[in-house]
Design a protein around this ligand. Structure first.
Ligand SMILES: Nc1ncnc2c1ncn2[C@@H]1O[C@H](COP(=O)(O)OP(=O)(O)OP(=O)(O)O)[C@@H](O)[C@H]1O
Ligand SMILES: [Mg+2]
Length: 515
């Protein structure tokens, strides 16, 4: 199979996504309820059938139905059949697709984790919305941890490393550069916010192995990884940073393969606008760069969003395959979005793109995919095919069954907390505290012994004195009285000495201040 059937145009043209052009990425856009998720579903099915593993995000839970077969008893069965007939999908039937459920919170699927080190200082800083100066301090904490071989796995490791940096900043400054105490304080406060968002469950081990989202089943079908994101979406920064991390991991780990016959992974990025909301220019550039370069590693990215204008032009420029569901055009802003979206298509002489966008029915879209030569085809008004898997969510029980039969087994289900920065630094702190306590105890003992000895001496003295009183008074001993001249000279010498001393001290302090 070298293409995925998307649907059929009003003029009877079949729209097929060419697998060897799928790495030129895609866009699925449209207002709410227009059919984006079902389009994502049928494309995922197509990739899976072609042996391409899929990673997709399930924002509302309705994509989980991909793990279940469609059914004659489904309330939309008749409609689905008649749609299939209408578009000439002769071999339409129902089937379930091999699925692995994942969940950052570990509830609706296997927990997905990564380590702080793997996330890296740049993405973490983005996640915590840090300033440039704070990002610099974060990078220092990473360097210090690396130089000391302290693994940074979870949030408590990071907190321990930052606290160490803060406490030792006076010494570290020479080697690592400026570290402001306020910045460390601000980062630690931000860490608490992250913890509150549940990010502490996301950081740790066992970390997600990319090979586990790039699996095929025994029959060679690509396994569809569905990330439950219903909770995650409430923490947009964590959501977008996680997906960005996953993309960068893929980008770093996968070898260069040029233009493959079919992608090695299809990646669907739902609510993609979250990635770009308030994103600094540098980050947008980075995403654009990753999107451009990951192509030759065989990864196909589909951005899914309500409004195509949510995605920066530089990133849209990387998108070759477009599926535009209906848009509304009530407000001037919406009308502008319609015009912009229409402009992204190669016009069809049979209709005015701009007019059709607002007229499309549910499950209908403007489609333009790349042809064999990589050129965008003339836009078509396409009725999208119905899914073979269930339209709508899987039940809780069905989800549990899928999870229990998962090919990744239980390897991710328990957190492993191995020795890392937190443990090393806590032990170190304890050792220092113990040594200090031992030293204090030693000093206290010494002092007690000295006091005891002194008391004994005084007791002995008193005894001697009382004995002496009983004897005849002795001749006055000791030094002669000083003459007045002698006293004056010594006094003067002492004064000069003190002044000289003061001058020397002042000189040193003055020097220190200048330094
Ligand atoms: N290709 C299709 N074949 C059959 N029915 C479809 C198709 N696309 C959409 N529908 C119908 O339209 C409904 C809404 O589609 P969908 O859930 O995909 O919209 P959406 O754009 O993802 O909405 P939202 O933005 O709210 O997530 C589906 O539940 C289904 O009944
Ligand atoms: Mg949807």
């Amino acid at each position: 199979m070298s293409s995925i059937f998307i649907g059929t145009d009003t003029d009877g043209t079949r729209q097929e996504l060419l697998l060897n052009r799928a790495n030129r990425h895609g866009l699925i856009a449209g207002a709410t309820g227009t059919g984006k998720t079902v389009t994502l579903q049928i494309l995922s099915e197509g990739f899976s059938n072609a042996g391409v593993p899929v990673f997709c995000v399930d924002v509302k839970g309705d994509l989980s139905g991909i793990s279940q077969s469609g059914s004659k008893t489904h309330k939309l069965h008749e409609k689905l059949i008649s749609r299939a007939e209408k578009i000439g999908l002769a071999d339409y039937d129902y089937k379930a697709f091999p699925t692995i459920f994942w969940d950052l919170y570990g509830e609706g699927g296997h927990p997905v984790r990564t380590t702080i080190t793997e996330m890296g200082p740049t993405l973490l800083s983005r996640l915590m919305d840090l300033s440039n100066v704070q990002e610099g301090v974060m990078a220092i904490a990473f360097d210090v941890a690396e130089d000391n071989n302290w693994p940074l796995l979870d949030l408590k490791d990071l907190k321990a490393a930052l606290t160490f940096v803060s406490e030792n900043r006076k010494n570290l400054i020479y080697e690592y550069g400026n570290i402001s105490a306020q910045s460390v304080g601000a980062i630690i406060r931000n860490l608490l916010v992250l913890e509150r968002d549940g990010a502490d469950e996301f950081f740790g081990e066992p970390a997600l192995k990319l090979s586990d989202i790039m699996r095929s089943d025994m029959s060679g079908n690509g396994i569809i990884s569905v990330l439950a994101a219903d909770q995650l979406i409430n923490h947009p920064r964590l959501y977008s940073t996680f997906l960005l991390w996953l993309l960068s991991e893929l980008f770093e780990e996968l070898p260069e393969i040029g233009d493959p016959d079919k992608p090695i992974l299809a990646f669907f990025f739902d609510e993609a606008h979250l990635l770009f909301d308030e994103a600094p220019k540098a980050l947008v550039e980075k995403i654009e760069q990753v999107a451009r370069l990951i192509r030759s590693k065989g990864v196909s990215i589909f951005f899914v969003t309500q409004n195509p204008t949510d995605i920066p032009d530089s990133v849209l420029g990387q998108v070759g395959n477009r599926i535009q569901h209906a848009l509304r055009a009530y407000t001037p802003k919406e009308q502008k979005a319609v015009r912009l979206s229409a402009r992204g298509f190669r016009p069809n002489p049979a209709f005015k793109t701009e007019d059709v966008i607002t007229d499309l029915g549910v499950g209908e879209a403007l489609v333009s995919v790349l042809d064999v030569k990589g050129r965008p085809q003339i836009v078509g008004q396409t009725l999208i095919r119905p899914p073979s898997s269930r339209l709508g969510p899987a039940t809780g029980a069905e989800r549990k069954t899928v999870i229990s039969r998962s090919p990744v087994g239980s390897q991710y289900d328990e957190t492993i907390d191995r020795k890392s920065a937190y443990e090393v630094l806590t032990t170190k702190r304890k050792k220092i505290a113990d040594a200090k306590a031992a030293e204090e105890e030693k000093l206290a003992k010494q002092k007690a012994a000295q006091e005891k000895a002194k008391a004994a001496r005084e007791k002995a003295k008193a005894k001697t004195r009382s004995k002496a009183k009983t004897r005849a008074p002795a001749k006055r001993r000791g030094r002669k009285r000083q003459s007045a001249w002698e006293t004056g000279t010594k006094q003067a010498a002492r004064t000069i000495g003190t002044q000289l001393g003061r001058q020397i001290v002042r000189g040193i302090l003055g020097g220190l201040k200048r330094w």
